[in-house]
Structures are given as C-alpha cells and as structure tokens.
Ligand binder design. Structure first.
Ligand code: SF4
Length: 253
C-alpha cells in the first residue's frame, strides 16, 4: 500500500500544512519529514522548534529531520566529473551574467527523502508538497513509485491564505525557507538576511569566497560582485527568481 508522506520544506506553505494536520483539516500522514541540507536558514529551524515540532507532536505526528549528509551521494559538487557546482549560482563565464542549473534540490532533498523512505520499508508513496495555487506552475507530474499531492492547491489556497491560516493558530508568520547561500534569493531577501540574520549572511559571504576559489566566474548574486561589497540599501531591479528556478522540489515551500 502507498504511504502518505508530508514532506515539509520548512517554509510558509509547509507550516500551513502542519497546522491543517493539527486542526484535523488534513488527515495525519503515515510519515512527516523535513530534509536538513545543513544549509537551511537559522530562522527556519527556530520556527520549527518553537511551533511546528511541538504542535505536530501534540497530535501524535513526529516530524523527522533527515540529515542530508547521511543520504546524499554528492556534496556541493557532482556530475560525471564530480566537479559540477550543484547550486544555481550566477556565472560570468561567457562574459554575460548567466545562471547554472539547479541540481542541488534534487540531490540534497528529493533523492534524500526517497532513500530515507526506502530505509523505512516504504516502496511507494504519495508525497505532500506545499505548493499553493499561485505556484501551480511548479507542479510536475511524477511517474513511478513517488507520486505527489498538493494539499493547498486541492483547497484552492494561495500563499496569503496559508499565512492567514497559520496566524489563526496564534503562531507568527513563518519565515520563508531557503538555504542561507541560495543564489535564488532576491535582493530584498538578501538585504533582510544581512540585517536580521547576520550570521547566515556572513556564512554566505564566506561560502561565495570558497566557491570562487574553485571557479572565479561564479557568484551568489546576479550583480556578479562579491556579496560583502553590495550595498543592500540601494534599490535594485533584480527580479525575484524563486518561482523560476526551484521547480518540483521542496525549496521555498
Ligand atoms: S534553497 Fe537554493 S541552494 Fe538550497 S537546495 Fe534549494 S535551490 Fe539549492
């Protein structure tokens, strides 16, 4: 029999699904899990610890934190040559500013969850993903044993509806989930990180320096200058790339 699995991305919509399970608006899943990539923003774990874990536990649901490092077969670099940077970094290799493909979320999250499920003896599952109706373009129909379900889309809920639902629990608005170094962060979100999560911001600066030792053409922002040199008080026209570059994964949900 196919297992029902709540795959939390740690963000707004996933917190809404957790709240709906707590309230009985969704049934209890057979498994609830979140993959820890070891890059997740500090604010996500604080929120999970303060609100989501205890609330789910109160209704008998354990949200398992799966360590990506134990289940992923690749780290920051992969591909046939084991030298391909897996994150969607910006690149100036051609002279213009371009983008590398997003390979990290599949390697660090999707495959990790599937391997963990196999370890639990699960051979097929319906995996709940927290896309809201305004994100329906992210849907990809899966073939094989790991089918997907989108509870918020089934309920015609938008991202704002999710936020309102969570607030009615008496919880604060959940932080948006992402790796602290994710190159898909908008200028505004990076500015927010620099002000409110200075340790994560510093880690991102150091991270960019490290990947640029390997390849001097890669950057964490579209500006293609060192992250630490950017004045985030200056308005910027950089577009929000979240929607475009994280299809079919639990990133930013
Ligand atoms: S949040 Fe960004 S860096 Fe992290 S797994 Fe998703 S796409 Fe990759």
């Amino acid at each position: 029999m196919s297992a029902e699995v709540f795959s939390s991305g740690g963000g707004t919509q996933s917190c809404c699904i957790a709240a709906m399970i707590v309230n009985g608006d969704l049934p209890k899943p057979d498994y609830a899990a979140i993959v820890d990539t070891h890059y997740e923003a500090s604010s996500t774990w604080r929120y999970m610890d303060d609100y989501i874990y205890p609330a789910l536990k109160s209704v008998g649901v354990e949200l398992v934190r799966i360590p990506s490092k134990e289940y992923a077969t690749v780290g920051l670099y992969g591909g046939k040559d084991k030298e391909t940077l897996l994150i969607p970094a910006w690149t100036t290799e051609t002279g213009d500013v371009g983008k590398l493909p997003t390979l990290c979320s599949n390697e660090w999250k999707v495959r990790v969850l599937n391997r963990w499920l196999r370890d639990q003896g699960v051979k097929s599952a319906t995996i709940w993903i927290g896309y809201s109706i305004d994100e329906k373009h992210r849907i990809r129909i899966q073939k094989g044993p790991w089918q997907h379900r989108w509870p918020l889309i089934e309920k015609r809920m938008r991202r704002n509806d999710s936020i309102e639902y969570v607030k009615r629990m008496g919880w604060p608005e959940p932080p948006r989930s992402a790796c602290w170094m994710c190159p898909n962060m908008s200028h505004a979100e990076r500015r927010h990180q620099s002000i409110n999560e200075p340790e994560d911001f510093k880690k991102a600066i150091d991270f960019e320096k490290r990947i640029r030792i390997v390849d001097e053409d890669v950057w964490l922002t579209q500006k293609a200058v060192p992250l630490g040199d950017i004045d985030f008080d200056v308005e910027d026209e950089q577009v929000d790339m979240f929607e475009s570059y994280c299809p079919n994964t639990g990133c930013f949900t």
